[in-house]
Design a protein around this ligand. Structure first.
Ligand SMILES: [Zn+2]
Length: 395
């Protein structure tokens, strides 16, 4: 049995421990200095240890990371960006295995060891993007676990043939199918949602839908999603990404929706963009609405922003929601790690026995200090293997 000990680390800033690892999984956590260190031992040097970060909303297929700078050239609307991307992506070889690998390596460098990524599925690329991302994940030998959402970026019912592609993707192993602004992109919210839920129910996959539409238009679509989740029995299998409207509604309207979202087990992901309305994250917690953080696309034909660092996203979340106390700042970091477990089939992920040995070491006084400084990752372990040291990926 391949075993090793990560000695002398401070999990979540607590007293130093030794982490015992067997076959890529944490087998035990004991007080520092008490583990048998006669086998393979990695010295943790008393550093702060966090579980690997989980990027619950990414687009690893569409970045120009690793290529020369690409100046942004599209219209600043959602539709403008969609059209711009479709017109320009071939020029930059998007999607490609090298491109997706470059993004995953950058994730790894910053300590992200699992991601749920949307992958464009459309009439131009078909399902090629999914194969590309799978090949990139394999090229890194599974160091970053990748869960795929087949994502109809260019619309669903307005592009005849896309529902069939989503169906094929679900049949071929995508764990989720996506959707996008059923009202403002397809201009036929009932048709898009009925189409998506029919596939999800028949194929036994989840739904992870982008919803940018704000205010009452967004709320109306949430109601349609809630109804269909309930009817299809997809409790715990549906995610709303962004869902900006939730933060914009008057308190009574927000509370009604939160009750229903909690009841049908719809989860949420946010990239905490500034400016956007803060999410009622404490109320979501009370109703056990799972909230994950993600980077969204980084350096792509939508936007030049983003570096793939989940600590940076957690910091932005903390700032947007005006978090101040150590407890709340630590919660923000948890959202970027253990809190995202449900999005990548790791419901009970932490620095604890039974979890995949995905561990990030940082030179920080405590978790809040790590959040506000986002220091270089001193060591990243994925599946019990050291995959990055001092900011350099070793794979
Ligand atoms: Zn997205």
């Amino acid at each position: 049995m391949a075993s090793l000990t990560l000695a002398n680390v401070c999990p979540w800033g607590a007293a130093p421990v030794d982490v015992l690892i067997a076959d890529g999984t944490i087998s035990d956590v004991v007080a520092a200095g008490t583990a048998d260190t006669s086998g393979v031992t990695v010295d943790g040097g008393g550093l702060l240890a966090l579980p690997g970060f989980i990027n619950a909303h990414a687009h690893v297929d569409k970045s120009w990371w690793g290529q020369p700078w690409v100046s942004y050239g599209g219209e600043p609307t959602t539709q403008g960006r969609i059209a711009h991307e479709r017109a320009e992506r071939d020029k930059y070889g998007i999607p490609s295995i090298d491109g997706a690998t470059a993004v995953l390596r950058e994730f790894l460098r910053h300590g992200t060891t699992a991601t749920r990524t949307h992958v464009d599925v459309d009439l131009g690329t078909g399902l090629r993007g999914i194969d590309t991302v799978r090949a990139a994940a394999a090229a890194l030998d599974g160091a970053v676990e990748v869960e795929i959402v087949a994502f109809p970026q260019d619309g669903v019912v307005r592009r005849p043939g896309v529902l069939e592609l989503l169906d094929q993707a679900a049949a071929a192993g995508a764990s989720n199918i996506g959707g996008i602004d059923p009202a403002s992109i397809d201009r036929d919210p009932v048709a898009q949602l009925d189409g998506l839920f029919e596939i999800a129910e028949r194929r036994g996959v989840g739904i992870d839908i982008h919803l940018h539409d704000g205010g009452e238009l967004g709320a109306f679509q949430m109601e349609l999603i809630i109804d269909r989740t309930r009817r299809a029995g997809l409790h715990g299998r549906v995610t709303i990404a962004h869902g900006f409207a939730l933060g914009e509604l008057p308190a009574h309207r927000q509370a009604e929706l939160l009750d229903e979202l909690g009841e049908v087990g719809i989860s949420w992901t946010t990239v905490a963009p500034a400016p956007s309305a803060p999410l009622p994250w404490r109320d979501m917690r009370e109703r056990e609405i799972t909230l994950g953080l993600g980077t969204d696309g980084i350096r792509d034909l939508w936007s030049p922003y983003g570096d793939g660092d989940m600590l940076g996203i957690a910091l932005r979340f903390a700032q947007l929601h005006r978090l101040r106390t150590d407890e709340d700042l630590t919660r923000a970091v948890r959202l970027a790690s253990t809190g995202g477990g449900g999005f990548v089939h790791r419901p009970a992920f932490d620095l604890a026995p039974g979890a995949r040995a995905d561990i990030v070491l940082l030179d920080a006084e405590n978790v809040p200090d790590a959040l506000v400084r986002a220091p270089r990752r001193r060591l990243v372990m994925a599946g019990g293997r050291v995959v990055a040291r001092d900011g350099e990926v070793l794979l």
